[in-house]
Design a protein around this ligand. Structure first.
Ligand code: ZN
Length: 531
């Protein structure tokens, strides 16, 4: 009898005490472009109701793009407003609608890239980053054929783009729009183009020596040599010495850049170490200042950032050692997209788990970690046969060969067969187009267009939602605190909202309680002490 009572009591206890699984907190976010929200408050409302249906708690809308266009009605920078948004204040509509859905809004700024025609660059070309030859990032080549577009602005130069343009923009948004947070993107140097080539603008070149205190400002010409007392040369570093070359003032920008990248302070090429550190410091300083400025206006403001997957490597190559600026981030979103990994989808899942576990260690609970996943590159296997066929169709006449044309014909057949698995009528339609193309009735461009139409509006299932669900599950297993998906437009075009809803279907918590802000407690205390 006693035993039965015990079991019954235990049963009642477990029925009413929430289980561990129900208490699991999970952050769920999505990056969204202006096009996702539409052009009216009604369309914005529709988008938010879709987000709500999929249990999204935070949306990150783009409000400053890499061309320097902005998507709010700025009073201070009206010339930067995107020409198609002069009559529609997108951020106003978003912040009007969001509270009704209890979804957080972190306004997303592409911090340092600007367009060649942007008002910032046109009015202040001296704010742009320069390479050792004095060139701009926009002239760099990404591959032998591909010119890199954006002009990057120097993060370090003061006064310059950072304090005269970008920080005032952030200030204006926080002042005039009830966003919950500011989101940094491109908060770095342009290492995907030229890791070692920036920035050698006039300011950075001169500031390098002073920032690292490589000479005495009271005696700029004085050369203080290394004093060798100890056996190992490098161990004599602590009796101060100078590094400024005697002919510094006569050296060209290029010579100074060579000196910085290849020169020695003591016994081996080590001056570049100070250059990379200086870049990391410039980015960290900006992130700190953005928070200081924003939180002075709205103490509850949150900050988040899209960062590269590995802060050690990104510190060296793009000046983004994000472990340095975690104190000023409430939410850290490493873009752990498949495009940053080699190999098969299964390889990716394995590497993703390892990477998220490393990210958990790097973040060390100093910020909320929402792992950035993509809804495009994970479909490499599905996309490749179509993209390859489009590429072959677009090839110049001289580049074509019987072998390549045979490969093209094979790809077209395989694509018809794949499409037929999801929509017989559309496969039939494509088959008819291919037949017309084969008989020379439509040209290569028309054939390529027919393939593009399928990719832009595929039948449901064409991009398997299971892949998205599996990547999210890997993040859970690796103890990431949540995920943020890049991007809403891919979810729409690839018809993946249903899969996302499924992935997020369990234990959907009330949104208003979610995404715990750290509130920068340590920094606040420090600031408090300053007063
Ligand atoms: Zn510079």
């Amino acid at each position: 009898m006693k035993k039965t009572w015990f079991l019954l009591t235990a049963l009642i206890f477990f029925m009413f005490v929430p289980s561990q699984a129900q208490e699991i907190w999970e952050g769920r976010g999505v990056w969204a472009h202006p096009g996702d929200f539409g052009k009216s408050e009604k369309e914005v409302e529709d988008f938010f109701s879709l987000l709500k249906k999929c249990h999204i708690q935070i949306v990150v809308p783009l409000i400053k793009d890499t061309a320097g266009h902005i998507f709010w009605h700025s009073r201070r920078f009206p010339e930067a407003i995107h020409p198609e948004y002069k009559d529609f204040d997108l951020l106003r509509a978003i912040t009007n609608v969001a509270p009704r859905y209890k979804i957080k809004v972190h306004a997303w700024l592409c911090d340092f890239p600007e367009g060649k025609d942007s008002p910032a660059f046109k009015s202040h070309p001296e704010w742009a980053m320069r390479n050792p030859e004095g060139g701009l990032t926009s002239e760099e080549k990404l591959t032998p054929e591909q010119i890199y577009g954006p002009v990057w602005m120097c993060p370090a130069q003061r006064p310059g783009y950072t304090d005269q343009w970008l920080l005032p923009m952030i200030q204006e948004v926080v002042q005039n729009y009830p966003v919950e947070g500011i989101h940094h993107d491109y908060v770095r140097y342009p290492g995907d183009v030229a890791p070692d080539s920036y920035c050698f603008c006039d300011y950075c070149v001169e500031n390098y020596l002073l920032y690292n205190f490589f000479y005495y400002p009271s005696r700029p010409e004085a050369a203080v040599p290394l004093k060798n007392i100890r056996l190992r040369q490098e161990s004599n570093w602590d009796q101060d010495f100078t590094v400024r070359p005697a002919n510094w003032d006569q050296m060209s920008r290029e010579e100074k850049a060579r000196f910085i990248l290849e020169g020695k302070s003591i016994n081996r090429s080590d001056l570049d170490y100070f250059f990379y550190e200086m870049r990391c410091d410039a980015i960290t300083r900006f992130v700190r200042e953005a928070w200081e400025l924003a939180s002075a206006i709205r103490p509850d403001i949150e900050m988040s950032a899209a960062v590269f997957i590995n802060p050690m490597k990104s510190g060296r190559f793009i000046g983004q050692r994000w472990t340095d600026f975690l104190p000023w981030l409430d939410i850290t979103m490493p873009m752990t997209y498949r495009s940053h990994f080699q190999g098969s989808f299964e390889d990716y899942l394995l590497y993703l788990g390892d990477t998220v576990r490393a990210q958990v260690e790097w973040v060390a609970e100093r910020s909320t970690l929402l792992v950035g996943l993509d809804a495009h590159y994970i479909f490499r296997e599905e996309l490749e046969p179509w993209e390859k066929a489009i590429q072959l169709l677009k090839s110049e006449k001289e580049a074509r060969s019987p072998d390549l044309e045979k490969e093209l014909a094979g790809l077209l057949q395989a694509n018809i067969a794949y499409l037929a698995r999801f929509s017989a009528p559309r496969a039939k339609e494509l088959k008819a187009r291919v037949e017309l193309f084969r008989r020379g009735k439509i040209d290569r461009e028309a054939m390529a267009e027919a393939l593009r139409r399928i990719l832009n509006d595929p039948p449901p299932g064409f991009f398997p939602g299971d892949k998205l669900i599996r990547t999210i599950e890997v993040v859970r297993q690796a103890k990431g605190q949540g995920v943020v998906i890049f991007a809403a437009s891919h979810l729409s075009r690839k018809k993946l909202w249903g899969a996302l809803e499924k992935a997020f279907s369990f234990a959907a918590q009330p949104a208003e309680e979610k995404i715990p802000a750290r509130n920068h407690l340590s920094i606040r205390t420090w600031k408090g002490r300053q007063k």
